[in-house]
Write a protein that binds this ligand. Structure first.
Ligand code: 9UX
Length: 72
């Protein structure tokens, strides 16, 4: 079944930053939904744990140049 993880994304300063992270997440196989909120620095990702882990999601965020910290 689909799982949801929330990750704090640090270092974003404009909506282009959050859009970049969102786009990077949405193209990952196994990611069903991804929303990144600039104001709260929070990303919510719905993903299939049979396809990937939240650690891989965090790595994908870090690859965009921002720090990722697991919330839940
Ligand atoms: Mo906005 Mo983010 O000009 O790295 S895209 S600051």
């Amino acid at each position: 079944s689909i799982q949801v993880c929330r990750i704090q994304v640090k270092g974003m300063t404009c909506t282009s930053c959050s859009s970049t992270v969102e786009s990077a997440l949405r193209v990952i196989p196994g990611v069903q939904r991804a929303q990144v909120a600039l104001a709260t620095e929070e990303a919510e990702i719905h993903y299939d744990p049979k396809v990937l882990s939240y650690n891989q999601i965090m790595e994908a965020i870090q690859d965009t140049g921002f720090e990722a910290i697991l919330i839940s």
